[in-house]
Write a protein that binds this ligand. Structure first.
Ligand code: UD1
Ligand code: CA
Length: 506
């Protein structure tokens, strides 16, 4: 089958309607050093949209349902293996001791799974924009063409650095030529190798064993598998991807930033089509792992990361970062930093709140400006309106925590818990020295340092009584503006020297 016909048949196909033919195995090449990243972190562990490069590739291959997934590791293998164990524990890590090239890497992978036969998908570990749909299309085209080696290609405006697809007069693929080894004429070709291949396992094992290293890099190129198969008369194919962006690799930080932007545009595009208002897509960043319901609003400068979920009618932003956080229906989070928290329906957070892990805000609660919370459960309708630290606590319903309250949870050795009942009124500037309990309906006086429990309905007062030293200003600051003001007010110091004690506001 000619490549031209194949291209047409692939484009005409509706992949989601056809169950994809199985691949026996997926091989991900992830041993390369990633020199161009200039990083202590292995290239495939760099992240975008909440996943590593490798994680994205594995997520794209997963729906193919291959029984075996092999990941070739080498550079930074300990880190890559540890990561793999957490994101794809079922995958088999195979070590390529020396990075002798992508062809060598594929050979090492296949040698580790000698029983695998039939179609195998081989994919570079640094193509984070690959979609399952593109892979399914490729696998289907490979099967339909009766091919033994099928390469995914893309037509790009700037093919710099990529392998070129050389086709014959009839459009049949002849060879993949790396840029460094290409003639000027070949360099002008804009159809490039995506670094994604489907091949018959036995054929690939055989052809890889015969590949040499006579190229500019002195490496065993996987791309060199095509030409010998073509000259041997084997059926091969080159399939053009519908969306050239799908296949873009990631070799340095500039490309990483560009892929991140593209991925984010895709995520936001999906959200907007699903009914989410994204006020400023240019400054809104949402991980692929996040869920946002229809009729939620994301204001400018919003970043949603990890396992974050935002319910309908909620408003997040402007300028807020939420990590692993649940935002309930109709809640709002304004200019805040929120980690591992749960914000209940109709709750309001911010501006300038810092919610740390274990914060659980029930329905209709309020956390206001310059409030930090950690490991705290706040009951329905309760308020922490201003300037407080609230850590290691359980707060009942409809309680009010006055401005500048500190939950003193740490004695330098251990953390202790504070329990606040329903309808409690904590006066401003109260220090609640844990462990301590304030019972239902109790109050504390402003400025109190509460070290023992306050029973239900009681007023806890723990502060020095006020005394006024009459005439002090006239004696100690004579002639000052303050003294003149006092004189004008008629307090000329008649009671000079006398102290008066006021009655505490009990
Ligand atoms: C490769 C292709 C190129 C294609 C481009 C698409 C080769 C020779 N060239 O080029 O035709 O256009 O991808 O992005 O394959 N790897 C190993 N072990 C090694 C060497 C590499 O596992 O010894 C892995 C890398 O981790 C990487 C992949 O193979 O995931 C490709 O290697 P890389 O160096 O990125 O190849 P490119 O120069 O991008
Ligand atoms: Ca690459």
């Amino acid at each position: 089958m000619s490549a031209a016909r194949l291209r047409r048949s692939v484009t005409a196909q509706e992949p989601s309607a056809t169950p994809s033919p199985a691949v026996a195995a997926v091989v991900v090449l992830a041993a390369g050093q990633g020199t161009r990243m200039r990083s202590a972190t292995p290239k495939v562990l760099h992240t975008l949209g909440g996943r590593s490069l490798l994680g994205h590739v594995l997520a794209a291959t997963e729906p193919l349902g291959a029984a075996t997934t092999v990941v070739v590791v080498g550079s930074g293998r300990d880190q890559v293996e540890a990561h793999l164990a957490s994101v794809a524990p079922g995958a088999l890590a195979v070590v390529q001791e020396q990075q002798l090239g992508s062809g060598h890497a594929a050979e090492v992978a296949l040698a580790a799974v000698p029983d695998v036969e039939g179609a195998v998908l081989v994919v570079n570990g640094d193509s984070p924009l690959l979609t399952s749909r593109t892979l399914e299309t490729l696998v289907a085209a490979h099967a339909a063409a009766g091919s033994v080696f099928t390469v995914l290609t893309a037509e790009v405006d700037d093919p710099t650095g990529l392998g070129r697809i050389v086709r014959d007069d009839r459009g049949a693929p002849q060879a993949i030529v790396e840029e460094r080894d290409a003639t000027d004429e070949q360099r002008a070709i804009r159809e490039v190798n995506a670094g994604v291949y489907v091949a018959n396992a036995a054929t690939l094992r055989r052809v890889l064993a015969g590949i040499g290293t006579s190229n500019a890099q002195g490496e065993q190129y996987l791309t060199d598998a095509l030409a010998p198969l073509v000259s041997g008369g084997a059926p091969t194919a080159a399939v053009l991807a519908d969306d050239p962006e799908d296949v873009l690799g990631c070799n340095d930080r500039a490309e990483l930033a560009a892929r991140r932007r593209t991925l984010n545009d895709r995520v936001l595009g999906e959200l907007m089509r699903a009914g989410v208002t994204v006020v400023d897509p240019a400054t809104t960043w949402v991980d692929v792992t996040v869920t946002v319901a229809a009729d939620a609003v994301l204001e400018p400068g919003t970043q949603l990361k990890g396992a974050t979920t935002v319910a309908s009618g909620a408003v997040v932003g402007p300028d807020s970062t939420l990590v692993d956080t649940e935002v309930g229906e109709g809640a709002s989070v304004v200019r805040s930093h929120v980690l591992g928290a749960s914000v209940g329906p109709a709750a309001t957070v911010g501006p300038f709140s810092y919610l740390r892990p274990g914060t659980r805000l029930a329905r209709g609660t309020k956390v206001g400006a310059f409030v930090e919370t950690k490991n705290v459960q706040v009951g329905e309708g309760s308020k922490l309106p201003h300037l407080s630290y609230v850590g290691d606590a359980t707060i009942g319903e409809s309680a009010n925590i006055g401005a500048a309250t500190v939950f003193v949870n740490y004695d330098g050795v251990a953390k202790h818990h504070t329990t606040i009942g329903d309808h409690v009124r904590i006066g401003s500037d109260t220090m609640l020295v844990a462990p301590v309990t304030v019972g239902d309906g109790a109050y504390t006086a402003a400025g109190s340092v509460i070290t023992t429990d306050v029973p239900p309905g009681a007023m806890g007062v723990a502060r020095a009584r006020q005394r006024n030293v009459a005439g002090w200003v006239l004696r100690r600051r004579p002639g000052s503006a303050a003294a003149r003001a006092a004189e004008a007010a008629g307090h000329a110091g008649a009671e000079a020297g006398a102290d008066t004690r006021t009655t505490a506001s009990e």
